[in-house]
Design a protein around this ligand. Structure first.
Ligand code: NAD
Length: 266
């Protein structure tokens, strides 16, 4: 399976190249970076502390999509929309981990998924995929006497908030309750907020240091509290899941899939 990596010199891009080069069924077809990046021209192997591979970082994503069965994208929302179009044009699958897409950008991804295979997840770790399933399950059982709060912490470089994973957990909780997240979400609180309305799903965002990703979903009632927590301590869990998803795309029909599909949870 020929796997390309866009944004290959980023924090996740390097992890992804390491995971692809270690996988027995995967072959690294190349890597791109944004125009002007210092990494352009660097050897992909050298970039991840391995022997030279004879493949250089380019700023030509069209050539990468043409040379790949599947491309893994952990870059930035505007870039991911362009990459989705290239995936369609070149008949490649897309594994999409970029978070922070707005509604218009998400619609572009969904349009591309009508014509090619797209696996999109706000979090590719197996543990968080299970946390999402558990969150939906618990929210199905508990009524609005249980206030739902989603708390997340990430490293100081993260640019979107709440995290895509926190929003995914909120959606899972809302689904379990049979409501639409946007109708009940409180994405942040400040000042004279008034008492908490029943049925609200609240979010709290912490940023600092080198935290890879902590997420908790809290169900708080009078007299008791249930907390479901996941802590990622190494980005390799996201990279390993994304490469698993990339291999899984082989011979799938066009469509928008999630990590739940990859793990066979639905
Ligand atoms: P990063 O800033 O370290 O890496 C992003 C890379 O993409 C950079 O090297 C940047 O130069 C490159 N890039 C930007 N525009 C590009 C373009 N047009 N073409 C090619 N490359 C381009 O960030 P990161 O920590 O690696 O995270 C990247 C994204 O992945 C973020 O949206 C983050 O939230 C998300 N993320 C998702 C998961 C998940 O499991 N879904 C896990 C971790 C991070």
């Amino acid at each position: 399976m020929k796997i390309g990596i866009v944004g290959c010199s980023g924090r996740m891009g390097r992890m992804l190249m390491t995971a692809v080069s270690a996988h027995p069924r995967a072959h690294l077809s190349g890597g791109t970076e944004r125009p002007g990046s210092d990494a352009l021209g660097a050897d992909l192997g050298v970039l991840i502390g391995q022997p030279a591979m004879g493949l250089a970082v380019t700023d030509d994503p069209a050539a990468l999509f043409a040379a790949s069965d599947v491309v893994i994208d952990f870059t930035a929302p505007a870039a991911s929309v362009i990459h989705a179009g290239l995936a369609v044009e070149h008949g490649a699958a897309l594994v999409l981990g970029t978070t922070g897409l707005d509604a218009g950008q998400q619609a572009e991804i969904e349009r591309a998924a009508l014509e090619t295979v797209v696996v999109q997840a706000p979090n590719f770790s197996v543990g968080v995929t299970l946390l999402m399933a558990l969150t939906e399950r618990v929210a199905t059982t508990l009524d609005t006497d249980y206030d739902i709060e989603v708390v997340e912490m990430h490293h100081r470089h993260k640019v979107d908030a709440p995290s895509g994973t926190a929003l995914g957990l909120g959606k899972a909780a809302a689904k379990g309750r049979g409501v639409v997240l946007d109708d009940v979400a409180r994405y942040a609180r400040e000042g004279q907020t008034g008492a908490r309305p029943a049925g609200e799903i609240g979010f709290a965002t912490l940023r600092g240091g080198d935290v890879v990703g902590d997420h908790s979903v809290i169900f708080a009632a009078d007299g008791e509290r249930i907390e479901l927590t996941h802590k990622a301590s190494n980005r390799s869990v996201f990279a390993g899941g994304a490469v698993r998803a990339a291999i899984w795309t082989a011979e799938k029909k066009p469509g928008l899939y999630t990590m739940h599909d990859v793990l066979g949870l639905i």
